[in-house]
Design a protein around this ligand. Structure first.
Ligand code: 13P
Length: 249
């Protein structure tokens, strides 16, 4: 039985005081929730947010990290530094990083491999653009992102891996994928993962696949009712306490 996850990706939003307020409210709610509740604040806010969340079930993750121990890598963050703050979860491959910062699935593979081996939990984001969907390329794009991003990841590492299907055209646009469209993509992703290596079917059955893209309190229920949708990775609606609590309800 896969546990459902509600994760808030705060991106480059929120002031420190806003992040603290939401975290304080979520701390209580996450302790009484049957979901795993996660937040991904700005790197600058990780220390404050994780100190507020400590002692609760609220999981605090980083939006990005670099695949190395302490070294000369200007502007980046090492898992060693995250570990000092008790942070063991990291997002990889968000479409904003793919689109605007040139991240590729090959680069993400290096990150995912390193982070999983270092004992971190990884949320790997995949998804097609509107142009790709219109050209009927949704499944081939997802296949490519899965095959390249998860290349040579061994079965023992999959228990710390979560996938997030985030169609680029649904992110921040208010244009949510229908539950049927999302379910179709999730089922496809699960099948692809099941074909990665001999014996991967069990891994595919167990892996949590989140949907992201204009998830709101009023559409989350229908999405989560689908058999292959194991939670939400939420941007805008996670950035106000009231609507985050609405998602959990
Ligand atoms: P929105 O919920 O704002 O569409 O963002 C989704 C997202 O990118 C989460 O990572």
């Amino acid at each position: 039985m896969r546990k459902k996850i509600i994760a808030g990706n705060w991106k480059m939003n929120l002031t420190l005081s806003e992040a603290k307020t939401i975290t304080s409210g979520l701390k209580v709610a996450s302790d009484s929730s049957s979901y795993e509740v996660m937040v991904f604040p700005s790197a600058l806010h990780l220390e404050s947010v994780s100190s507020i969340a400590s002692g609760s079930k609220l999981i605090v993750g980083a939006q990005n990290a670099y695949q190395s121990g302490l070294t000369a890598m200007t502007g980046e963050i090492s898992p060693v530094q995250l570990a000092e703050l008790g942070i063991k979860t990291v997002l990889v491959g968000h479409s904003e990083r793919r689109q605007f910062l040139g991240e590729t699935s090959e680069f993400d593979n290096a990150k995912i491999t390193y982070f999983l081996k270092a004992g971190l939990r990884v949320v790997y984001c995949v998804g097609e653009t509107w142009a790709e969907r219109e050209k009927g390329q949704t499944f081939s794009v997802l296949e490519d992102q899965i095959k390249k991003g998860l290349k040579d990841i061994t079965s023992d590492l999959f228990s710390n891996l979560v996938i997030a299907y985030e169609p680029v055209w649904a992110i921040g646009t208010g244009k949510v994928a229908t539950p049927a469209e999302a379910e179709e993509a999730h089922a496809y992703l699960r099948k692809e993962i099941g074909g990665l290596f001999v014996g991967a079917d069990q891994v595919a059955e167990n892996i949590q696949i989140l949907y992201g893209g204009s998830v709101k309190p009023d559409n989350i229920k229908e999405l989560l009712a689908k058999p292959n949708i194991d939670g939400g990775l939420v941007g805008g609606a996670s950035q106000k306490l009231e609507s985050f609590l609405g998602l959990l309800k």
